[in-house]
Design a protein around this ligand. Structure first.
Ligand code: AMP
Length: 397
């Protein structure tokens, strides 16, 4: 099976070609283009490169193209990327302006350039579709909810991978199997394993979120209607009282567009530190005595712990805490601070193991009741796997 994963931005196109069966997909070749104006042209160019490199003999060998679509109004899950998906991406473009139009156009182009390939959309919101209504509903009037104002949750591909891998690491094959089939199996029956499995996954990178995972499915996430809420992001605000927007417009004389620009481009770690949106620069600024930079780190850690604690309570305990993505995999000090002072709750870090960066590892002490894992994110592989599972299910169904 050959699966092409297409990562589309407003002016960029990256791809990775995977080969193998659903459980053994391996990346064969990858590439990318910036400042794209004609998507059909770059897709054709990418296919020629795959032929030149002898990864494919003809474009017909590509069984499927997987897209990590962000948000739909009426759609979620892992589904055939058809006309209705394209229309829905366009209808919800207001909430994901950088991504939805790009995916709508990209899916259209691929359907023309590769008419024989199956096109599959894996929504970033997919992992949250079974979370309880109480966690998904804002306390807004019904008309707002009906218009789509609800807590969606994002980074679903990444957190689902953590759900699967952490269950494997904990020897819980019952849960790992469930996670693998999550988007294909019949979920009309309640699922209650003999022993619950409670995971909190911290995806900490340029964009960050914390997700609570109960028995393999998300029960809540720090990101809500859009990827704007939750933790302070690299340059996006994270949680903010809704009254702040009108207040800032009146008090600072800002237009709504300017408020939105500042909240999405000049806030988060950049806004707090006044220094940089990259945590590595913020650490350097702290060494230089920048107190705002220290506050940026403190706020990030505070916010991570806030959500970890909330989900731990809601799930009635915790079996594993997981760190993933650029900061989660590499920033040993953030991990240490998030885990500090939790011995009384049964979480003890192994400080030596915690110094290891960028690879899968158990960083909790042997006698820690709560395990702490570092699991590298690989979102392209997740899209390829879910696309493969979708195909296998579609063929067997
Ligand atoms: P991601 O969005 O997962 O690609 O993560 C990107 C972010 O991870 C960057 O903005 C950095 O803040 C952070 N990061 C990447 N490498 C390191 C590192 N070696 N140490 C600390 N932070 C890192």
């Amino acid at each position: 099976m050959k699966i092409l994963v297409a990562n589309l931005g407003s002016t960029s196109f990256k791809y990775c070609l995977f080969e193998g069966d659903e459980s053994s997909l391996k990346p064969m070749t990858r590439g990318g283009y910036e400042r794209v104006t004609d998507y059909a042209e770059v897709i054709r160019d990418a296919l020629s490169k795959m032929k030149e490199g002898e990864f494919i003999e003809s474009a017909d060998e590509i069984d499927a193209v997987g897209f990590k679509t962000v948000l739909g109004l009426d759609k979620t899950g892992c589904v055939a990327a058809d006309e209705s998906v394209i229309a829905d991406l366009r209808a919800s473009a207001d909430l994901a302006p950088a991504h939805n139009p790009a995916y709508a156009n990209g899916i259209e182009q691929f359907s023309q350039v590769l008419p024989k390939a199956r096109l599959v959309a894996l929504y970033e919101t997919a992992f949250y579709q079974w979370a309880a209504p109480a966690s998904r509903r804002y306390a807004v009037p019904q008309s707002w909810f009906d218009a789509g104002v609800r807590r969606n949750g994002f980074h679903g591909a990444s957190h689902k991978f953590i759900a699967e891998r952490s269950a494997e690491l904990l020897g819980r094959d019952d849960i790992a199997d469930r996670v693998r089939g999550l988007y294909q199996e019949d979920r009309s029956q309640a699922f209650e394993p003999e022993k619950p499995l409670r995971i909190v996954s911290c995806h900490l990178g340029g964009s960050s979120s914390v997700t609570g995972i109960l028995n393999g499915a998300a029960m809540d996430s720090s990101m809500g209607l859009s990827p704007q809420s939750g933790l302070p992001q690299n340059n996006r605000v994270g949680d903010l009282d809704s009254m702040a927007i009108g207040y800032a417009m009146r008090k600072l004389g800002l237009s709504l567009e300017e408020v939105e620009r500042q909240l999405t481009k000049e806030s988060g770690l950049l806004g707090l530190s006044g220094e940089s949106n990259d945590i590595r620069d913020i650490w350097k600024a702290i060494e230089g005595g920048n107190e705002n930079a220290a506050l940026a780190i403190d706020s990030l850690v505070y916010s991570i712990r806030h959500y970890v604690g909330a989900y731990m309570l809601e799930m009635g305990g915790l079996d594993a805490l997981v760190f993933t993505a650029g900061i989660g995999e590499n920033d040993t000090e953030i991990r240490k601070r998030v885990c500090s002072g939790l011995e009384g709750l049964g979480l003890k870090l192994d400080l030596e193991q915690n110094t290891i960066r960028g690879k899968e590892n158990t960083i909790s002490a042997e006698d820690s009741a709560i395990k702490v894992f570092v699991i590298p994110a690989n979102e392209e592989l997740v899209v390829a796997r879910e696309t493969g599972r979708f195909l296998a299910h579609a063929v067997n169904a």
